[in-house]
Ligand binder design. Structure first.
Ligand SMILES: *Cc1c(COP(=O)(O)O)cnc(C)c1O
Length: 404
């Protein structure tokens, strides 16, 4: 049960008091070890800086990690979503269902292929895409659903897979938060036809920038490998081996290649994924224990039977009991040296979406109401228990000061 700490009576740093921490604790941070540094150095000294043997080695390791037939490495998580939707050959006028509460890239990817994102509301307890609203937003033009494993918790694929199949639409998983999670023995990366991951430093494993799409589908994997390289049907290494210069371009693509140097880093990071996820889960359990029954914050609910990779530790503020709004709490915690974040402003409320698609406040009321209360607390594998105690002390200090 929650007990306010002594810090609760001290002057807030935002009002000139002493901060809980002198140096800002970030909400996320990569962990790069000696093995990773050595792997990058080795790649730099090798014959290949970009598309070479390390790309395939990384792809094989990634595919094995999630249990998928294919892993296609690309230059970012955004590129992963783009080539996934492009491989489905969506056409202008097609609609793609996207949850409102996600990073903008989930919806931007639909626009890149000329399709129209249609925003779906989320479940108020878990903030995962609400299958009932998916059913409501389906139209004759709907071609795909992008399901986002928000914060690292798995969506209800046991409902979404049959729902998409019976509606004749494709299921793409934006698993950028959920590498290392599983639903029973089925790992994230195998739950949808196409599964997109990010290798950004804030995510579970990093290649500085990078992304991966996993699939069991041979033809889609081949198509995505072509698309990441302008649409060219062979890569340079294949032509070198064949001693040939000729290639064809039968569809349009982009330069979304991930370099050998990045794949060296990514592969060394991947070996540490189990430790990273275990530490994140440990910290999350400690947050949950210390925040149980808290007067001012409520951690997101766990979905029955859901898996979790703990990318984010998200809480909702009990604004009814506070004199200030979320942004004031955000600023006060930052002043205390706690790098809280907000994930996310609902995508349909952005100016571009309002102007281009005519989206409006009220389109996804659950996501909008949640947004006003959301706060992501620092969570990353290298965070110590003492760092976490600072977060909890600062939360108590700030929220007690702002209580009604
Ligand atoms: C990080 C992220 C992306 C994009 O990944 P990048 O590698 O930054 O391009 C897409 N969707 C979600 C949900 C993400 O968190």
């Amino acid at each position: 049960m929650h007990e306010p700490t002594q810090a609760a009576t001290a002057a807030l740093a935002i009002d000139g008091g002493a901060p809980v921490r002198a140096k800002l604790l970030p909400y996320a941070r990569q962990s790069i070890g000696e093995t990773e540094v050595q792997a990058v150095v080795d790649a730099l000294a090798s014959d290949w800086l970009t598309t070479g043997p390390r790309v395939q080695e990384f792809e094989r390791a990634f595919a094995a990690t999630v249990g998928a037939r294919h892993a296609v490495a690309v230059s970012s998580g955004t590129a992963a979503l783009h080539v996934a939707l492009a491989a489905l050959e969506l056409a202008p006028g097609d609609e793609v269902l996207v949850p409102a509460l996600t990073f903008a890239a989930s919806a931007n990817a639909a626009l890149y292929v000329g399709a129209k994102p249609v925003f779906v509301d989320v479940d108020p307890r878990t903030l995962l895409v609400d299958p009932r609203d998916v059913a409501r937003k389906l139209s004759a033009r709907t071609r795909a659903l992008v399901a986002v494993d928000y914060a690292g918790q798995t969506c209800d694929y046991d409902v979404l897979v049959p729902l998409c199949a019976s509606s004749g639409i494709e299921l793409v998983s934006d698993a950028c938060h959920a590498l290392g999670a599983a639903l029973g023995h089925r790992k994230v990366g195998t739950l949808a036809k196409l599964n997109a991951f990010s290798l950004h430093p804030a995510k579970h494993v990093t290649s500085a920038e990078g992304g991966v799409v996993t699939t069991h589908d041979d033809a889609l994997a081949r198509r995505m490998r072509t698309m990441r390289n302008h649409g060219i049907d062979t890569d340079l290494a294949q032509r070198e081996r064949a001693g040939a210069h000729r290639y064809d371009l039968a569809r349009i693509g982009w330069n979304y290649r991930l370099t050998d140097v990045q794949c060296a880093l990514g592969r060394a990071q991947l070996a540490r994924l189990p430790d990273f996820v275990a530490r994140r889960a440990e910290l999350a359990a400690r947050y949950a224990e210390r925040l149980a029954g808290h007067a001012f914050v409520r951690p997101l609910a766990r979905r029955d039977g859901g898996g979790h990779a703990w990318h984010l530790y998200v809480v909702e503020l009990e604004l009814e009991r506070l004199r200030v709004d979320r942004d004031e709490v955000f600023r006060a915690l930052r002043a205390e040296g706690i790098g809280v974040q907000v994930h996310y402003r609902p995508v349909h409320t952005f100016t571009y979406y309002r102007e281009q698609l005519g989206t409006r406040d009220g389109d996804c009321p659950v996501a909008e109401a949640a947004y006003a209360r959301l706060l992501s607390l620092p969570l990353f594998p290298a965070m110590s228990d003492a760092d976490q105690d600072d977060v909890l002390a600062a939360l108590d200090k700030v929220l007690e000061a702002y209580r009604k």
